[in-house]
Design a protein around this ligand. Structure first.
Ligand code: BGC
Length: 758
């Protein structure tokens, strides 16, 4: 049905229009029955439905309907698989239709700046490209069912502490390159129905009333067409918020802010057209859902199976010494650790699902006489219990292999607060020490929402990062441990050795002003720039088979800013079992035109290969793949010159390299003043020839006269070497041409004018 939304809005009273701009209650929008506007419901999100009916709250205290808990963002992003994320979204879209939900509040795409952020488990990655691609695929899947998504939390909400008031202070280049692209990509590739603004302030201004953020960047630059809603309680001042581009305030505000809007229109401080526009945006989305209701058939049982599949396709095998995995049927195995019985598979807070079923690994292996279980420690505390430990040590001793199910208790990480350290509970590390004394074949399965320190990593033989795998986690872990599924997940974040290694270590967690001092050097961008050893790098993950890379080729060696380049590489499964590999493409800027990370992810593809099979993987890159954000140009910019295209199996396992040359007809604007340095002008092809003349004149002023006696000349050379002369020249501002007598003030002014005209 083609609704004339404008006409509906024109028939609304001022009060009805203001009312549409805030919730009816915690989860519903208001209705206007006389105009056929129904009340629709929104609900969390992102990895399952948390639909609450009565006595709603937003912290998950009240029961929500039974639903399927899919893997959390921390895990599904490790699949590096757009198709899988699309299927995931498709299931959520169907479930939402069947449950009368117009918008699912997610995906959550904030960048993992620090391993400490309590909500990292919901977020996808430390890398903006991966987060954006993952989000776009998920959103497209959901929205195919005319159910909206609310990509959140826009923007720079990378800490939980004081999230409702602290200011994320981030320079523009860093915002554009690190904290914005996940949203930008999602808007451009998937047009989410709604965007949820974050609680925090951005450079001093609340995100909920930030016109540059909500209107200039989001709508005018990226072309967002849906409506912006506030995070729950994120509104600071309603009328400025509406003017800035915040269409819907959630939840209900007891009619208070509706009154403020009405008053502002009446006293002329708010143009009614702004209100109309917000209501139009909300209604357009509302009717896209309401006019396209689908009869949906889904069974939770089936989606449980999908949750298991997504989890198994995403888990990351971190270590597999001596091919300790997969486990063999003939082996005596001891399962140890409270997480085997009570896996941690989702995080706390607004994303918490009331699961219709939970699979643990013990149920999966029930009746298998080769497997014993000893609890060892409780999953929800950090208490070393001698009796439990003794039993576990005995079990480990009696087995061929011991599998320890370790992880973070719920209280260690949650929405609402950040972690204070990166360690596992002490009781788990202590038990591990004891077990290693009696058993050399130890495998670890980790249940955590963000990186942990692994002090015993060198001493165990296998590590499977299961993260928070959703309600079917037990089955997914079993599939991998017993080799039914060959692991193919890759880390979407770096595991540093120590928390102190993280670039935000000194600047994370301020109560008021959170200064993003590390700038663009987030995650691997920092560790790589510092050539720092890490426990497990971004993009890393093992398989039960092996892959060889060959024949990297570009369909063109040279490009202009308008071209795209197809990058192809052959990948062969060189092992003896079916497996999937995530082929990663990184770009390294060799032009020295700006400070850049050593390399950045700009493409990836997951490829499935039978043993011995070879497939060609093709990825496309464009000008933006090479570019950084120039605040001078107010645009993305890549200088002419060489770029390395690196292909590999992780950010630190780069197998093949090709060079691409860019010829860019755009140059950064010249903005020469008398304080511009000679070096800067010598580096610019436009000004270099000019400057060379002046440089020569300047050098002749410094040069010793020809008739200087030899000893004097060499003494002065010792004092001021050629290298020093060159270096001085490069850092010298133009005004020194006058100071050192090379030209007059008038000549300098003319020179500056001429240079700016070039
Ligand atoms: C969270 C959002 C969530 C909302 C509704 C807020 O506290 O930050 O992510 O969607 O509550 O539950």
């Amino acid at each position: 049905m083609n609704r004339d939304v404008k006409s509906i809005v024109s028939q609304m009273t001022l009060e009805e229009k203001a009312g549409m701009c805030s919730g009816a209650d915690f989860w519903h929008l208001k209705s206007v029955d006389r105009l056929g506007v129904p009340s629709v419901m929104v609900s969390d999100g992102p990895h399952g439905l948390r639909k609450q009916d009565e006595n709603a709250d937003h912290l998950g205290i009240n029961e929500s309907i039974k639903a399927v808990c899919f893997p959390a963002g921390v895990l599904s992003a490790c699949s590096f698989d757009r198709e899988l994320l699309h299927t995931f979204g498709d299931a959520i879209g169907k479930e939402a239709q069947a449950n009368d939900l117009s918008v699912v509040l997610g995906p959550a795409v904030n960048i993992k700046r620090s391993p400490l952020c309590g909500r990292n488990f919901e977020y996808y990655s430390e890398d903006p490209y991966l987060a954006g691609e993952t989000a776009a695929a998920f959103i497209n899947g959901v929205q195919e069912h005319h159910v909206g998504t609310s990509i959140k939390h826009f923007a720079a909400n990378s800490q939980e502490f004081n999230r409702m008031s602290a200011s994320s202070n981030v320079d523009e280049r860093t915002l554009r390159e690190i904290y914005f692209p996940a949203f930008e990509t999602a808007v451009k590739k998937a047009q989410p129905y709604t965007v949820m603004c974050s609680y925090n302030r951005l450079n001093g201004t609340y995100a909920s009333e930030h016109p540059w953020l909500l209107t200039d960047v989001l709508r005018k630059e990226w072309g967002f067409e849906g409506y912006v809603m506030s995070d729950w309680g994120a509104v600071n001042d309603r009328v400025p918020g509406l003017k800035a581009g915040l269409d819907l305030e959630m939840p209900a505000s007891d009619g208070m802010s509706d009154k403020e809007i009405v008053k502002a229109v009446q006293d002329g401080t708010l143009d009614e057209a702004i209100l109309d526009q917000a209501v139009e945006r909300i209604l357009k989305i509302l009717f896209t859902y309401a006019d396209n209701r689908e009869e949906q058939e889904f069974t939770m049982e089936q989606d449980h199976g999908l949750a298991r599949h997504i989890a198994a396709e995403s888990m990351v095998l971190l270590k597999n010494e001596d091919n300790i995995l997969p486990l063999k049927e003939s082996e005596k195995i001891a399962f140890i650790g409270g997480f085997a019985e009570k896996p941690r598979f989702q995080g706390g807070g607004s994303s918490h699902i009331n699961c219709f079923r939970i699979d643990n690994i013990l149920d999966e292996v029930k009746g298998n006489p080769m497997i014993t279980y000893a609890k060892g420690f409780a999953a929800d505390t950090d208490v070393y219990e001698e009796a439990l430990a003794a039993e576990a040590i005995e079990a480990a001793k009696a087995a061929d292999k011991a599998v320890l199910f370790l992880g973070l208790p719920d209280s260690f990480e949650s929405e609402g607060y950040d972690r204070s350290h990166m360690r596992l509970p002490d009781c788990q590390n202590r038990l591990m020490e004891e077990i290693l004394k009696v058993q050399k074949n130890v495998i670890v399965v980790l249940h955590n929402g963000s990186p942990v320190e692994l002090p015993w990593a060198d001493d165990v033989k296998g590590i499977l990062e299961a993260y928070l795998g959703g309600q079917a986690v037990g089955g997914a872990v079993a599939d991998i441990l017993f080799g039914k599924v060959n692991p193919s997940g890759k880390l979407a974040e770096t595991f540093p050795y120590r928390l102190e290694d993280n670039p935000s270590y000194l600047a994370f967690g301020d109560p008021v002003d959170v200064d993003y001092t590390e700038g663009i050097y987030v995650g691997y961008r920092y560790y790589d720039a510092k050539h720092m050893d890490v426990a497990y790098p971004f993009g890393y993950g093992l398989s039960y088979t092996t892959f060889a890379y060959s024949n990297l080729r570009l369909d063109r060696q040279k490009m202009t800013e308008k071209d795209t380049v197809k990058v192809s590489v052959d990948v062969t499964n060189t092992g003896d079992r079916f497996g999937k590999e995530v082929v990663q493409l990184y770009v390294s800027d060799k032009t020295n035109a700006a400070r850049r990370p050593l390399r950045e992810l700009k493409g990836y593809e997951k490829v499935a290969l039978e043993p011995g099979e070879t497939k060609t993987v093709t990825m496309t890159i464009d000008y933006r793949s090479l570019a950084w954000y120039s605040t001078e140009l107010h645009d993305w910019y890549a200088a002419s010159g060489e770029y390395e295209i690196l292909i590999g199996a992780s950010s630190r396992d780069l197998r093949l390299t090709e060079t691409l040359t860019l010829k860019n007809s755009t140059l950064l604007p010249l903005n020469v003043t008398k304080n511009t340095t000679m070096g800067e002008l010598l580096r610019d092809p436009r000004t270099a020839p000019f400057l060379k003349e002046w440089q020569a004149k300047m050098l002749s002023v410094f040069a010793a006269p020809e008739d200087t006696p030899k000893e004097e000349a060499s003494a002065s050379e010792e004092a001021i070497s050629e290298e020093m002369n060159d270096a001085m020249m490069i850092s010298m501002p133009l005004r020194n041409l006058v100071t050192f007598g090379t030209c007059s003030t008038a000549e300098l002014e003319k020179l500056v004018e001429e240079l700016n005209r070039l």
